[in-house]
Design a protein around this ligand. Structure first.
Ligand code: FMN
Length: 189
């Protein structure tokens, strides 16, 4: 496809990549509002709104790091290097959005399906951040399903973090996009 004919939307979709090295500034309040509105426009079977978004910035990242560290300790980790890494993990970006699945009991719409809606929302947030010029990376790890971390984020007992979106200004060069050979992944029925 001739990229000069590509709409900005398609260019964002086709060129998005993750950028783990992120620095100040992160999205401001107005930009965050756009990012979160994009997330909330994700497809959502039954309009159950099974997502909760928690924004972590500034010194609240240190508080989150403490919960990450405690999460490891509660799981029996004593290795100092691992504990120090957990403590500083949230400092890797100026803004983090935790996207939680808050599943609603429904006879037809499963928890899994509701989790897919949260994932769609997070992808939309990632694309919106990209369109606003910010880098982003989606992370999970053991913290995402740890009730200690989920409760600290204000989640309910069966909630889980579908993704921690780290976002900010890209530091260093972006990686070269891999060639996608979709042919091997697609068949026609
Ligand atoms: C559900 C989910 C969880 C992920 N968790 C992590 C993670 O914990 N750590 C990590 O380095 N990458 C994680 N990733 C992958 C990165 O966000 C990223 O997609 C990957 O490094 C590939 O880079 P790309 O997005 O530029 O193709 C996760 C992605 C998804 C969709």
């Amino acid at each position: 496809m001739n990229t000069s004919n590509m709409t900005a939307t398609l260019a964002t979709l086709l060129n998005r990549n993750s950028h783990p090295r992120l620095t100040d500034p992160g999205p401001d309040a107005e930009q965050l509002s756009v990012i979160l509105r994009a997330a909330a426009r994700a497809p959502d079977h039954g309009r159950l709104r099974p997502w909760r978004f928690v924004v972590i910035t500034g010194d609240r990242r240190e508080a989150l790091g403490k919960f990450f560290q405690e999460s490891l300790q509660l799981r029996g980790v004593t290795d100092e290097a691992q504990l120090a890494k957990a403590l500083s993990a949230p400092m890797r970006a100026p803004v983090i959005i935790a996207g939680l699945l808050h599943a609603v009991a429904h006879e037809k719409i499963s928890r899994d399906e509701q989790g897919h809606a949260v994932a769609a929302a997070l992808h939309a947030a990632q694309l919106a951040a990209d369109a606003l010029g910010f880098g982003c990376v989606w992370r999970t790890g053991g913290y995402a399903t740890d009730p200690h971390v989920v409760a600290a984020l204000g989640g309910a007992i069966n909630d889980q973090v579908i993704g921690f979106l780290y976002m900010g200004t890209r530091e260093g060069s972006s990686k070269v996009l891999p060639e996608e050979s979709v042919e091997s992944l697609v068949s026609y029925f």
